[in-house]
Design a protein around this ligand. Structure first.
Ligand code: ATP
Ligand code: MG
Length: 702
């Protein structure tokens, strides 16, 4: 009976597959069809941007499903959750009726999500039945990192005193990201010193020693004995640990390994150039029996080396790992017009990419408009021009949602947002808060507010916001002015019907609190005394301890080269244009007002180039295409002390970013740059000269 049922099911699958197959392969080119139909065994698809890698991977998944593969036996890894959602949507459409239900059963998502799912099932193998794990989210990590680096507050809060307190001036996020980068490269804390020496050869001995100690303390802190909140023996796993522990689980527990090896019939990975060594090891283990690994990538788009990802560790290992594995190269770009493809080929042709992985794309679209170049005096002028050009496109019938504005770091969004608000251009900023909603920008505006006016709801809000931000005397937030104190001030103000600041002025507090409040009020006075202009006062607030505190809190640079200090510099520059602090604050309030009805409507998308990976739009503006922005000044390394000779290596990843940016566009690319940004004079990006097909290195006449 069962055998008959199985035979019928198989027949049904065959019929279904037969009916779907023609639609699934429709329009694919010869090489894509080869990848689409690739049977069992390893396959690497290498191709430039926009050549249909994600398309072919998605269609292949659909084919496997249509041919009867059980959805839960497919392991599909995408770079982001957003990419996974997009792929699911496409798959459901390709599969037709009932597709949604099938897609829900797939393992499709990021490596982190997959590993978390496996660990949730299997933790007892690693930590014993009585053990457990919980996530060490970013808040937890930073709190612990601060304690390790010497924050006495940790002790003050009555927490036990672990072997912490290195008392070194190292920013907590910087230390965490240095550790994360080596962990992702597959290093264990036992070999900390070797790991840092290998990957950060420029670092001084003392920095390496400090980081080694930091790493050891950090790993200890995640063990149960230091975790006071856990009700049973528990350990914390940070995001890197999710991968590392899954790998350890698979390596050390044969039964678990074999279970998952039997379970997953196919492993498929998109954006493989940016998978880490640990992710690669996990993938290899999962398909060790059958070798059904299908990976697609473009070495020219590797842009996450700061997270420890490297094509050498993945694509570069493919040949050694699978000597008989197939390698398919997709030759044609389907996304962009021929002039864009030509420029992109020239640009990436200059990259130091191993010849084995290098391949030029052939254009399939018409010639189209050449990428245009636009030079502006300032970033504000550039932003105005973007807003006007967008309106021009709109009046010619284009949809704003078909347009994207890409920049290297988020601080660059400030002038653009202002120009869009002023010009009535609806926009959506992806992956970041709007400029004037960012925490550090709000903090500084709160200080400014208190120098202008102290008896209003806005002033009360400002007091709540910055009362416990560092004062000079204490150098960091004190527990004297914590939540309980603010609550007390609020109660008194409500009772007396006055502002919070009035209560602070009345000053009926315990000695320690009284001193802290006095210090706060002195700071406001000093900021006020710094000058009549908004910029002078903002700069004073920064110099009086805010910058120093922020650096300790947040570190110098975050992921993707974003920096909160850059935001503060932007704020100071923005304030310059206003006659008084009050005018500037009114302007800021207007920027933060919710924009009605824009969410659902047609809007231009703005984001960093990193975020734009894998996406496409008809019209793309790459702004800040200048030396100092792209390549970014923080990435530059020099051969000599006078900074005349650039180390070519230092701009490799920046060039790949420029390539990613350029290749997001289908029909039009606008490359623009200001000659002045913040306090820095800029020149056009050297990458322009690397694209000779654009013609003489001059801007396009308006
Ligand atoms: P990226 O490197 O940016 O991730 P990719 O190689 O993954 O790009 P896709 O996003 O799959 O490329 O495809 C780029 C565009 O080309 C998409 O609009 C896709 O629909 C289209 N496309 C892919 N293959 C074909 C084809 N054979 N014929 C026509 N259009 C195609
Ligand atoms: Mg893709």
């Amino acid at each position: 009976m069962q055998a008959t049922l199985d035979a019928i099911t198989e027949d049904l699958h065959r019929l279904r597959a037969q009916s779907l197959l023609p639609a699934l392969e429709a329009g694919l080119n010869e090489q894509q069809i080869q990848a689409f139909h690739h049977g069992d065994g390893p396959c690497l698809v290498l191709a430039g941007a926009g050549s249909g890698k994600t398309t072919v991977l998605t269609r292949r998944v659909a084919r496997l499903l249509a041919e009867g593969a059980a959805p839960e036996r497919l392991f599909v890894a995408t770079f982001t959750k957003k990419a996974a959602d997009q792929m699911k949507e496409r798959l459901a459409r390709l599969l037709g009726e009932g597709g949604d239900a099938i897609v829900e059963k797939l393992w499709i998502g990021t490596f982190h999500a997959h590993c978390l799912r496996i660990l949730k099932h299997e933790w007892a193998h690693l930590y014993g039945k009585a053990g457990y794990f919980q996530l060490a989210d970013e808040n937890w990590q930073v709190r612990v990192a601060k304690a390790i680096l010497g924050d006495k507050d940790w002790m003050a809060r009555g927490l036990p005193s672990p072997p912490f307190g290195l008392n070194v001036a190292y920013d907590p996020k910087g230390a965490l990201s240095a550790v994360s980068a080596v962990k992702n490269r597959g290093h264990d804390v036992a070999e900390a010193e070797r790991a840092f020496r290998e990957h950060e050869p420029d670092w001084a001995d003392s920095a390496i020693q400090t980081l080694c100690k930091f790493w050891r303390c950090y790993e200890q802190a995640k063990q149960a004995k230091f975790d006071l909140l856990a009700k049973k023996p528990s350990r914390r796993l940070d995001f890197d640990d999710l991968l590392i522990e899954t790998l350890r689980l698979l390596q050390e527990h044969k039964d678990v390994r074999e279970k998952y090896q039997r379970h997953f019939q196919y492993v498929l990975i998109d954006e493989t150039q940016d998978t880490s060594r640990v992710q690669w090891e996990i993938s290899r283990l999962l398909c060790a029996g059958h070798g059904n690994i299908f990976i697609v990538g473009d070495v020219g788009q590797a842009i996450y080396s700061f997270r420890g990802c490297s094509p050498e560790a993945t694509v570069g290992q493919y040949g050694g790992a699978y000597p008989n594995g197939a390698i398919i190269r997709l030759p044609a770009n389907y996304r962009s017009s021929a002039t864009i493809v030509r420029a992109a080929n020239e640009l990436i042709g200059r990259a130091g990419i191993d010849a084995r992985y290098r391949l030029a794309m052939a254009a399939t679209q018409g010639e189209g408009d050449a990428p245009s170049r636009h030079e502006h005096a300032t970033a504000e002028d550039e932003a105005q021009w973007v807003a006007e050009t967008l309106k021009g496109l709109q009046s010619c019938g284009a949809m704003l949602q078909d347009c994207a504005v890409l920049f290297r770091t988020n601080a660059y969004s400030r002038a653009l947002e202002e120009a869009f608000v002023q010009g009535g251009v609806p926009y959506v900023l992806q992956g970041a808060l709007g400029f004037y909603a960012r925490r550090e920008v709000r903090d500084l505006c709160a200080f400014l507010q208190l120098t202008v006016e102290r008896d209003s709801p806005a002033a009360d809000e400002a007091v709540r916001r910055v009362l416990n931000v560092p004062s000079r005397k204490f150098g960091k937030p004190t527990h004297f002015l914590g939540h309980a104190f603010v609550a007390e001030v609020e109660t008194q103000a409500a009772r007396q019907g006055c502002s919070l600041y009035k209560i602070l002025q009345a000053g009926q507090f315990k000695t320690s609190q009284g001193l802290a409040v006095k210090d706060f009020r002195d700071m406001i006075k000093d900021i006020h005394g710094a000058g009549e202009g908004a910029e002078e006062r903002l700069r004073a607030a920064r110099a009086l301890g805010y910058d120093e505190w922020l650096l300790r809190e947040e570190g110098h640079v975050e992921d993707e080269g974003n920096s909160r200090l850059d935001n503060l510099e932007e704020l100071c520059v923005a304030a310059r244009a206003f006659p008084s602090p009050k005018d500037f604050l009114d302007f800021v309030a207007a920027q933060n007002r919710p924009k009605e009805g824009e969410e659902a409507g047609d809007a231009v998308e703005m984001m960093t180039i990193h975020r734009a990976k894998g996406l496409e739009w008809p019209n793309v503006f790459v702004v800040g295409f200048a030396f100092g922005m792209l390549p970014h000044h923080r990435s530059l390394r020099w051969q000599d002390e006078d900074r005349t000779q650039l180390l070519a290596d230092s701009i490799e990843e920046e060039r790949r970013l420029a390539y990613v940016a350029l290749t997001r566009a289908k029909s039009r690319v606008y490359l623009s740059w200001p000659l002045q940004h913040q306090t820095r004079a800029l020149t056009r990006s050297p990458f322009l000269a690397e694209m000779p097909s654009l013609g003489p290195d001059a801007e396009t006449p308006e």
